[in-house]
Design a protein around this ligand. Structure first.
Ligand code: CP
Length: 309
């Protein structure tokens, strides 16, 4: 078992073929294919940050795979008695786990854990860095609609700077051959990301474009993905002198698009800030499907890691 087969820390090491295969395998699971039985294996959920959909969908995925799911209630753990992150990991290692699922406010925490355990590790979100299972769930939701990614145009709207979903999704969409438009307040759009992604792969050149507003070129998008403004990650130097509502998606805006565009959001949604209540619950919204698909995708990922597929 090599490092990449053992952990899912981001999508950077996954190939396009691997992701297509994962999409097809996930579809089979969603269509009712029977799942492997991992009875007797233990999973530890370490959530240092709040979560509704990621944590519960992992818990459901684990129960479908007959795994023992152990949730460490961080707020009531020995962290409060001064135990360090390192010693917490070492302690749980001694208890014995087969898989860790970790969410942490520090970028890189999942990598630190992977270096200090013999167990498999899934990154369920580390700071502003990465959220690979959200990306694979979002890719699967698009795959269900289009069966391909090449030449699709996906517009990502809002807080790119602090969003781990943006960072992993942009890489995932580029890897699969889609084009990306980015728009939002300039204070939350780090234009350096063009250089970063182009340095990862030359073929990503000219695949990301920035827009200040809902300009004409983005009206051809196939999918719009709005992002939550991550105020909890702002520091004292963050300039918040902008009106986020300018980028809010609503039915009126959607109707200016050239085709029947779908809207997505990784959640949780701040309704009437980044998207109207009406649009969230409309037939143009894939948000509920993203959540539903998160269970199936996470099942397949766990199967691959624990089954050493
Ligand atoms: N998208 C996402 O990670 O949601 P939760 O914070 O509810 O897990």
């Amino acid at each position: 078992m090599n490092y990449l087969n053992k952990h899912l820390l981001d999508v950077d090491h996954l190939s396009k073929d691997f992701i297509y295969d994962l999409m097809r395998q996930t579809k089979k699971i969603k269509d009712g294919e029977s799942l492997n039985d991992f009875s007797g294996l233990d999973v530890c959920a370490l959530f240092y940050e709040d979560s509704t959909r990621t944590k519960l969908s992992f818990q459901k995925a684990c129960s479908k795979l007959q795994l023992n799911f152990h949730n460490l209630d961080i707020q009531k753990s020995s962290l409060n008695k001064g135990e360090s992150f390192y010693n917490t990991i070492k302690t749980i290692n001694s208890i014995g786990m087969d898989l860790f699922i970790i969410r942490h406010f520090s970028s890189g925490a999942a990598y630190f854990l992977a270096k200090n355990t013999n167990s498999c590790v899934i990154n369920a979100g580390d700071g502003s860095h990465a959220h690979p299972t959200q990306t694979l769930s979002d890719l699967f939701t698009i795959f269900e609609e289009e069966e391909k990614f090449e030449d699709l145009e996906i517009s990502i709207i809002g807080d790119i700077l602090y969003s781990r979903v943006a960072r992993s999704n942009i890489l995932g969409f580029l890897k699969m051959g889609s084009k990306i438009n980015i728009l939002g307040p300039k204070e939350l759009i780090p234009k350096v990301i063009i250089d970063i992604y182009e340095s990862i792969d030359k073929s990503y050149k000219n695949k990301i474009k920035f827009y200040e507003d809902f300009e004409k070129p983005i009206l051809n998008s196939n999918f719009l993905m709005a992002l939550r403004i991550q105020k909890e990650r702002f520091d004292t130097n963050t300039n918040m002198d902008f009106d986020y509502h300018k980028w809010k998606l609503d039915m009126e805006k959607i109707n200016t698009f050239n085709k029947e565009v779908f809207v997505m959001h990784p959640g949780p949604v701040n309704e009437e800030t980044e998207m109207s209540h009406e649009l969230v619950h409309s037939n143009r919204s894939l948000i509920s499907k993203q959540v539903e698909n998160g269970v199936h995708v996470r099942q397949k990922i766990i199967e691959r890691l624990l089954g050493n597929e």
